[in-house]
Ligand binder design. Structure first.
Ligand SMILES: Cc1cc2nc3c(=O)[nH]c(=O)nc-3n(C[C@H](O)[C@H](O)[C@H](O)COP(=O)(O)OP(=O)(O)OC[C@H]3O[C@@H](n4cnc5c(N)ncnc54)[C@H](O)[C@@H]3O)c2cc1C
Length: 371
């Protein structure tokens, strides 16, 4: 089949591999002009490990493994460690693989078969799902007809909006925003990874593989902003920390202001009653974003790509049956991931100084230097 995939993130690349290696012709359109490589380390868990193994990529992925969460501590305003991240609670098993998002994106992109190509700097502008295929018009002015269209274009999916309706119909805000910026000045520093809290907010520095990033989270009601306007997003972050000057908060906000690759997102989930309509189907965050707080978005993208490709293979040209079977297999994983976000939020963003102190007390561990 001739298949169009919107988005060259984890889900889109995994779909291109899974479908391309099964003999389909796959075109991936990515609105950015290059692969988007930013991001903190992400996790591959549970059956997603088997999915990358079957793609033949497990050894490469294992080689890039990092242990960032294990090396992260909560600190006080003087930078002294006061508590550790409870690894046993956030990790399902010792088999979980933590690696840089950019390494996973590169490994997947390098593994694309000849039957799959990525077209950067373009996106779907309109699509009409007819009897024999889907007619697509792109922002570039190009047009094309495809047997199937996959929306793998993330939390703010354009395919979802065009086919299923506006984002607000499916979006559940979890009350938290997340920002990430490169901190080149810290890249060579040897310090431990640190997270510092003030009520309802956290700022941190993570170092890995010769890089350092500033990370931020804060609680907030939904904020209306343009997902492609970086300056507006930087201003939201700076405003959220207004009046907070303890630890290294002012320095980290400066780092965020200066970074052209700044990344900003909300902790939001996407809930749809069904992930397919006609010849169009959603994969990854586009269909079932569990929110970064779950630590499972990447794993869902990988199992989703696997199940979809397997069911299309099993069902031949009956794409409706294949989509239904994909959804039936993937739904339990999504429900599990989406149900598991709240404890992470409460631990990372206590709402009062007393709650921060109580969290630190509960998570004290030998060697933290905690009183
Ligand atoms: C730059 C970036 C940084 C991230 N950092 C983190 C992080 O630090 N921690 C974390 O937990 N998760 C992070 N994520 C999200 C995480 O990658 C996903 O939750 C998870 O891997 C599921 O992947 P996905 O492919 O469904 O979505 P994504 O990884 O978000 O990929 C979606 C892709 O679609 C592209 N796209 C969006 N709209 C369009 C459009 N209209 N047309 C064509 N292409 C489009 C995007 O540019 C992106 O490449 C990040 C995502 C991105 C894009």
């Amino acid at each position: 089949m001739n298949i169009l995939v919107s988005g060259a993130g984890i889900a889109g690349l995994a779909c291109a591999i899974e479908l391309g290696t099964r003999g389909h012709d796959v075109t991936v359109v990515e609105y950015a002009r290059h692969l988007r490589l930013s991001g903190t380390p992400i996790d591959i868990r549970g059956d997603a490990i088997e999915a990358v193994d079957r793609m033949g990529l497990l050894a490469k992925i294992q080689k890039q493994r990092v242990r960032m969460s294990e090396l992260t501590q909560f600190v006080d305003s003087g930078g002294e460690p006061v508590a550790r991240i409870p690894m046993a609670e956030i990790s399902d098993s010792d088999d979980d693989i933590e690696l840089l998002r950019e390494d996973l994106v590169r490994i997947l992109a390098d593994a694309l078969p000849d039957t799959a190509t990525i077209r950067f700097g373009d996106s779907i502008e309109a699509l009409t799902d007819g009897d024999g295929g889907v007619d697509v018009r792109f922002a570039s002015g190009r047009t094309g007809r495809y047997d199937l269209v996959l929306g793998a274009d993330g939390q703010h999916s354009a395919v979802r909006r065009l086919v299923f309706g506006p984002e607000e119909d499916y979006h559940r805000h979890l009350g938290v925003y997340f920002a990430l910026a490169d901190h080149p000045g810290e890249a060579r520093s040897e310090g431990a990874n640190a997270i510092y809290n003030v009520p309802r907010r956290m700022a941190g520095i993570f170092r890995y593989a010769g890089k350092a990033v500033a990370v931020f989270q804060f609680r907030s009601e939904p904020i209306d902003y343009d997902h492609r306007d970086l300056d507006a997003q930087k201003k939201i972050l700076v405003d959220a920390f207004a009046g907070h000057r303890s630890w290294r908060i002012p320095e980290l906000l400066e780092v965020a202001r200066a970074d052209p690759g700044f990344y900003f997102t909300s902790a939001s989930q996407i809930h749809l009653p069904s992930w397919y309509r006609g010849r169009v189907v959603l994969v990854g965050d586009a269909g079932y974003c569990p929110a970064f707080l779950s630590g499972r978005g990447t794993s869902l993208a990988l199992t989703g790509a696997r199940f979809l490709a397997e069911e299309l293979q099993r069902c031949g040209h009956d794409h409706t049956a294949a989509f239904a079977r994909y959804e039936a297999r993937q739904r339990p994983y999504v429900t599990f991931a989406q149900d598991r976000v709240h404890s992470g939020r409460d631990r990372m963003l206590p709402t009062t100084w007393a709650a921060i102190a109580a969290r630190n007390k509960a998570l004290q561990a030998p060697g933290t230097g905690a009183p």
